[in-house]
Ligand binder design. Structure first.
Ligand SMILES: Cc1ncc(C[n+]2csc(CCOP(=O)(O)OP(=O)(O)O)c2C)c(N)n1
Ligand code: SF4
Ligand SMILES: [Mg+2]
Length: 291
């Protein structure tokens, strides 16, 4: 559309499969906001899009893979990480991004996640954490803070919840950051930085689900949640991850918490085989085909 000689361009549009629009996300949902940051990070990092693959599990966040104009795969619930691991090992030149929900990555897929971090598989994981299983109706997830009302805990939750940055750091991740859907620029920069890291990298994106979380907890709409994030967030780069656990209405510590180096899984495998097999070891060629 042209208005008085100006042709407005949407910088995110080239990264989207516009034939799939309209998307399924509710007004005020933070998932689309995180996608905006992701598209900007791909541009700023000058990524060769032919070598970026995106993998999601099932859930509202799981729809991201299907909407991005990248080589993408929407796997079964909880299985994004093993799929991504196989992709990366078979074709090491790919930048493999897992983009999925807190339930998908830390409940049904929790074991896959901790072992990929332990092995330091060179994949980038973006977890949109809306603190519930949204797509299936707002049930309590391993990320739901105490006292929150969910469809399965109408009188308030009492399960202790995971502190995601602490968990992934302990498991072995080399890069760990948390931002909220309010921090669009910081999030884009963190995503850009994650592309420069070799090894298991993890970004938690706190994101509103106005339909199922905020409404039940009388927290208003998506815009009210942005105000809540703005008011409650404290940027503390380098904060010890054991001090960044979330509560229902307490401070939200955001920032880059971990940035370290460690041999990645493929290098470890390569070194071991070379040491044991010597001249007999021939490394497999990276696949030249597009996936
Ligand atoms: C094997 C299996 N178990 C359960 C489900 C049902 N299921 C679909 S999405 C989902 C939860 C998704 O939660 P999350 O990953 O946090 O994504 P969100 O919708 O919150 O973005 C569940 C339990 C499924 N599809 N497959
Ligand atoms: S149900 Fe919640 S997480 Fe899912 S699209 Fe709607 S607002 Fe977003
Ligand atoms: Mg969720």
């Amino acid at each position: 559309m042209t208005t008085i000689g100006i042709t407005p361009t949407n910088p995110v549009e080239p990264f989207l499969r516009t034939d799939r629009m309209p998307h399924i996300w509710c007004p005020g949902c933070g998932i689309g906001t995180s996608v905006n940051s992701f598209a900007r990070a791909l541009t700023e990092a000058n990524m060769d899009l032919k070598n970026v693959a995106i993998v999601s599990g099932i859930g509202c966040t799981g729809r991201v893979a299907g909407y991005m104009k990248l080589d993408s795969f929407h796997t079964t619930h909880g299985r994004a990480i093993p799929f991504a691991t196989g992709l990366k090992l078979a074709n090491p030149k790919l930048n493999v991004v897992v983009y999925s929900g807190d339930g998908d990555l830390f409940a049904i897929g929790g074991n896959h996640l901790i072992h990929a971090a332990r092995r330091n598989v060179d994949i980038k994981v973006v977890c949109v954490n809306n603190l519930i299983y949204a797509m299936t109706g707002g049930q309590t997830a391993p990320t739901t803070p105490g006292d929150v009302v969910t469809s399965t805990n109408p009188y308030g939750t009492y399960d202790p919840s995971f502190n995601l940055p602490y968990l992934v750091e302990a498991a072995g991740a080399v890069y760990v950051a948390r931002w909220t859907a309010f921090h669009v620029r910081q999030l884009a920069r963190a995503m850009e930085e994650m592309f420069t890291k070799k090894g298991f990298s993890f970004i938690e994106v706190l994101s509103p689900c106005p339909t199922l979380y905020q409404r039940r907890n009388k927290m208003g709409d998506g815009l009210d949640t942005m105000k809540f994030y703005k008011e409650k967030s404290r940027i503390k780069n380098g904060a010890p991850t054991n001090e960044v656990a979330l509560s229902k209405s307490g401070e939200i510590i955001v920032g880059k918490f971990v940035d370290r180096e460690r041999a990645d899984y493929r290098d470890l495998m390569h070194d071991q085989l070379e040491e044991v097999l010597g001249d007999q070891y021939v490394e497999a060629e990276a696949c030249e085909c597009s996936i």
